[in-house]
Design a binder for this molecule. Structure first.
Ligand SMILES: *Cc1c(COP(=O)(O)O)cnc(C)c1O
Length: 380
């Protein structure tokens, strides 16, 4: 086959998103307004949650949740060691202490046994990361956690994911999703927090808007738009723009089909790659549970023809983009230095950091693209 260029991820955006931008730009209401509200309502419906609040990213969403829960200095939050760095950073933003635990070697998700060991009297919350779109074992976590410890879903990769028939976003006390272009649906940058707790939703709603008692939209459309609201909480500016809201409203309608299509191609990969003894495929959790934000394999270097990095190099030379699944946060310079971690403190996270390899899986790939990648892996 002739050489191809296959990216690791490509968002599915086009004319519909382009047209959606017209209305906010034409009316001039371009910050959080009616489009954001409509996007929130639709997102909440699809994820079967009572409250969805749009924010500027999953990272700011996670920070908002922790801040609204009142988590601060002296508090501990349990975080898996293999995740995107911001899952841990937000704990530090609050002045609280991230307590790292190892992940499961097969699922790459937080280890319930390790969480059980790590709980102390100071534990306030656990970051249940649904890595690459596979939900963490929420029931397992709930069973080992004292009832007052909150479960926060880092659902950055998990829009549309299911767990035992329940949707991500309503599995714990609160959740945050990402709309970065690497995730299932995108608004450029952007995020959504969800919860079924009305009091928490109310506090988060105010805190994302500088702590104001009412939103700008409410104020502008109210009887006295010239009176500024009260500010009774320390808040942030984590508001999504209405341009992003308009794009999100188009994207959310695509979500189900995007996931179904990726599940189909994940099965194609499984069939095509099952005979490579050195390549572990992502756990098959019954594909309808998995949002498949990425297709993350692992390379067993004791059997593989080359090291993981050399394989990534050889694939890149053939136009195939790959990436490590994500990183081991305890091995990143800032964390290693600040907390004096050694790489082997969390061996499964270290292994995943060094041996994982996401191969392209996105909704702009053709069957020829998948065949090209499957052939290239066999040719190694
Ligand atoms: C992408 C990602 C984030 C960060 O999302 P942003 O919207 O870019 O802030 C956080 N956690 C996980 C697990 C992610 O994959």
């Amino acid at each position: 086959m002739a050489k191809r260029t296959i990216q690791i991820a490509v968002p599915v955006t086009g004319d519909d998103e382009w047209h959606a931008l017209r209305e906010p730009l034409a009316t001039g209401w371009i910050t959080q307004g009616p489009k954001v509200t409509a996007f929130e309502t639709r997102f909440a419906d699809i994820h079967h949650v009572d409250h969805a609040l749009a924010v500027t990213s999953c990272t700011t969403g996670l920070h908002l949740i922790l801040a609204a829960l009142g988590i601060g200095p002296g508090d501990e939050v349990i975080v898996p060691a293999f995740t995107w760095v911001s899952t841990a950073n937000v704990v530090l933003y609050c002045g609280a202490t991230p307590v790292f635990v190892d992940v499961d070697k097969e699922t790459h998700n937080i280890s319930v046994a390790a969480v059980k060991e790590a709980v102390t009297e100071r534990t306030k919350a656990v970051m249940a990361v649904h890595l690459f779109g596979l939900c963490a074992d929420i029931d397992g976590l709930r069973a080992v956690l004292p009832s007052e410890v909150k479960i926060i879903e880092d659902a950055a990769c998990a829009a549309g994911a299911h767990y035992k028939g329940r949707m991500a976003g309503g599995l714990g006390d609160a959740a945050a999703f990402s709309f970065h272009p690497r995730k299932s649906i995108t608004t450029g940058e952007g995020g959504m927090v969800t919860t079924n707790d009305p009091a928490l939703a109310d506090v988060m709603n105010k805190m994302r808007n500088h702590g104001a008692e009412i939103s700008e939209e409410q104020r502008h459309h109210g009887p006295r738009p010239y009176i500024l609201p009260d500010f009774n909480l320390l808040g942030f500016n984590y508001r999504m723009t209405d341009m992003q809201g308009a794009v999100g409203l188009v994207q959310i309608e695509k979500l189900k089909n995007l996931i179904t299509e990726r599940q189909k191609w994940a099965r194609y990969y499984r069939a095509g790659l099952a005979d490579l003894p050195w390549l572990s495929l992502p756990v098959d959790a019954g594909e309808d549970h998995h949002a498949l934000q990425a297709f993350v394999t692992r390379i067993d270097e004791s059997q593989a023809p080359y090291s993981r990095n050399d394989i990534m190099d050889k694939l890149m030379a053939q136009g195939i983009a790959t990436r490590p699944g994500t990183h081991a946060v305890h091995m990143l310079g800032y964390y290693a230095e600040r907390f004096q971690f050694a790489p082997n403190d969390f061996p499964n996270a270290k292994y995943a950091d060094q041996q994982s390899m996401a191969i392209p899986l996105h909704n702009k790939m053709s069957q020829d693209d998948f065949d090209y990648i499957i052939d290239a892996l066999h040719a190694l």
